[in-house]
Design a protein around this ligand. Structure first.
Ligand SMILES: Nc1ncnc2c1ncn2[C@@H]1O[C@H](COP(=O)(O)OP(=O)(O)OP(=O)(O)O)[C@@H](O)[C@H]1O
Ligand SMILES: Nc1ncnc2c1ncn2[C@@H]1O[C@H](COP(=O)(O)OP(=O)(O)OP(=O)(O)O)[C@@H](O)[C@H]1O
Ligand SMILES: [Mg+2]
Ligand SMILES: [Mg+2]
Lengths: 250, 250
């Protein structure tokens, strides 16, 4: 079971858009896929058409009430794609878990009890708190979306510090990292310069696939669908499909 | 002294771009302005050309070591514009203050001791923790940037809940709210639809000024300058100049 976390504390850099659409294309290619929404904002949950008000149980109950992941899964939000949804209750988890030992390993432990999936993806909030830490501890691959704008490299050193701490103190092994250039605007020098900087710095840890800026990607959530079902011929769709192929190829 | 906080827990919706450029234009119009960077990511600090590694004292020392705001100010980052800068140390403040009574009122109290400014702006992180709470308690006006994309209205209810709690439990009075439509892309229906939704919902609490998507605004931080000094004739610059006039007119 491949576990891919999507994390970067920089706001609005494409975490949710990547978690949702990469999941959808892995599923479309026949891989049984689970998306875990670990963000109290629940944008991934909404993007896949799940009505939060109807949810009796969410990932909050896994984190705090010791339910299993299978107990909260909403199946078939897209072909072969299930979701473990989040709503605002989850923000209480960050507070409630503050002094519990092993609070960063809850998701990792719950995943051990999970069967029947080829891929699990985890969407995270723009912060480096307990929820993101859970995703770092649980994953075999960490996907770091990097918006091709000025602050891309800025926040990176903080994220890399936290990853190093998790590797040394919680895992005793290193996390495989993959950087994904997002919201690339080919008409601007800024995008090109940032992309070059990222590739120069992180070399073959950077996905070949680059996600272009495409308004269809921003519209799809309002239809409750991944781009694969909303506008499969758009440049954004083709890029995420290509990303899924690249992920499966590795 | 007018105190304007810029807050919205949604990542990447234009808080820093607004805090930096609105400050710069208020200052350019002759108002002595202080920008307080209350985000450990310190994007506002970097956007104004301040080299964080050279900082001996930052807003962290105000929050945790009881320094005054005047003790950490970096003067004249632009004409008539000073900044109280932030760096990564500030992330320790959210932890360190967790059990201190009155931890949400620190900035408000420190502002009482501050003289010599017409406007104070406060930039905040994409979260609803102690730093953002300090900005809500301290301000006379709360500016809420709203990116004209699908999740604009989604995260709003959580923010409004927190504002209501602050008004009822910490202030005993209401916070004046102003919504600012940001990253507006006139070529897309999505932007138009979201803008209409926001205006319909919040009516005359929405600024008339709308900030267009403009790559110059994304480039300016890499030059360490506000847009007023980087590209004053660009559409993004004119919009923030107009916003400053609208703020001063109110
Ligand atoms: N390639 C793209 N082209 C156009 N719009 C995009 C693209 N990727 C993401 N967006 C839009 O940009 C906004 C931010 O993206 P997204 O929500 O995926 O970022 P995020 O990192 O999850 O944000 P947060 O930090 O708030 O969780 C959303 O409105 C999204 O629809
Ligand atoms: N009107 C605009 N046109 C083009 N790019 C913009 C515009 N406003 C902001 N940006 C860019 O979009 C990105 C996000 O904006 P910004 O950093 O101001 O958001 P934020 O809400 O402060 O993010 P965070 O939640 O991470 O603090 C930045 O790279 C910024 O330069
Ligand atoms: Mg997200
Ligand atoms: Mg910011």
């Amino acid at each position: 079971m491949e576990i891919l976390s999507v994390a970067n504390q920089k706001g609005g850099c494409g975490k949710t858009t990547t978690a949702v659409n990469l999941s959808a294309y892995l599923a479309q290619k026949g891989k049984r896929t689970l998306l875990i929404d670990l963000d109290p904002q629940g944008a991934a949950t909404t993007s896949l058409g799940v009505k939060k008000r109807t949810l009796e149980r969410t990932i909050y109950n896994v984190m705090v009430d010791d339910l299993g992941l299978a107990d909260v899964v909403v199946p078939d939000v897209a072909p072969s794609l299930d979701i473990a949804p989040a709503n605002m209750n989850l923000s209480a988890a960050e507070q409630g878990l503050v002094n519990q030992p092993g609070r960063e390993t809850i998701i990792k432990m719950k995943l051990k009890a999970l069967n029947g999936y080829d891929y699990v993806l985890i969407d995270t909030p723009p912060s480096l708190g307990i929820l993101t830490l859970n995703s770092l501890v649980a994953c075999n691959t960490l996907i770091i979306p990097v918006q091709t704008e000025y602050f891309a490299m800025e926040g990176m050193s903080q994220l890399l510090k936290i990853i190093k701490m998790v590797e040394e103190r919680l895992l005793g092994s290193s996390i495989k990292r993959r950087y994904l250039l997002t919201m690339y605007d080919a008409r601007t020098n800024l995008s090109k310069e940032v992309a070059e900087q990222v590739r120069e710095h992180f070399q073959d840890q950077v996905f070949k696939t680059v996600i272009p800026r495409s308004v269809k990607l921003a519209e799809a959530p309002s239809h409750g669908k991944p781009i694969s079902l909303h506008e499969p011929d758009s440049p954004g769709a083709k890029a995420y499909e290509q990303l899924a192929a690249e992920v499966m190829g590795q």
